[in-house]
Design a protein around this ligand. Structure first.
Ligand code: ZN
Length: 191
């Protein structure tokens, strides 16, 4: 079964329209809730398999994903590649490796995310991998919202580039029109 990501985004309600404040602080008329894309294991597995095929040639030995966003897709990519999957997480604001997870010296890893925007958390994960002596062989994400083909200095694969409009708050046309900000997950939760 071939993957139709635009259809899946629509079907799962992962792509929202309204007026959102992104974690970067920028405002946007669109918001992507990747958790919705991954809600059904069937979808998560299909996305993971498709991404795994794009990076199989990197011959990585482990997947490393920044929590929370990368955890589920990282796991399904690792399942398709038949390698272990671990995750980094923030402790007191700093990205760290906990829970007894290890990265061996010289171990080749791929960093997997749900969506890459600024690439900040991804780069923080690179630092953790390198502190442990690992080698970042490449990057992968479901969606590329960075606006660049590859914002990193190693191979990067995404299933889809999504160029969504963003604005500084001071120049946001929605703010200017008095449109209230939406909180993703409240208005759209349906509960
Ligand atoms: Zn705004």
């Amino acid at each position: 079964m071939s993957l139709d990501l635009p259809a899946l985004l629509a079907e799962t309600g992962a792509l929202l329209s309204g007026h959102f404040r992104l974690s970067s602080g920028l405002h946007s008329p669109n918001y992507v809730q990747c958790a919705k894309l991954l809600e059904h294991p069937r979808n998560a597995n299909q996305l993971g398999s498709a991404l795994a095929e794009k990076i199989r040639a990197l011959s990585v030995q482990k997947v490393v994903a920044p929590a929370m966003g990368g955890v589920i897709v990282g796991y399904t990519v690792a399942q398709a590649l038949d390698v272990p999957s671990i995750f980094t997480e923030r402790k007191d604001g700093a990205m760290t490796l906990r829970r007894g997870f290890q990265i061996g010296s010289g171990e080749r890893v791929v960093i997997v995310e749900d969506v890459v925007t600024t690439g900040k958390s991804t780069r923080e994960t690179v630092a953790v991998v390198e502190q442990h002596g690992g080698v970042v062989a490449g990057f992968a994400s479901i969606l590329n919202r960075s606006g660049k083909q590859n914002p990193f200095d190693a191979p990067y694969e995404a299933l889809m580039a999504l160029a969504l409009e963003t604005f500084e708050e001071s120049s946001c046309p929605l703010c200017r029109s008095g449109v209230p900000l939406d909180a993703p997950g409240s208005r759209f939760s349906g509960k």
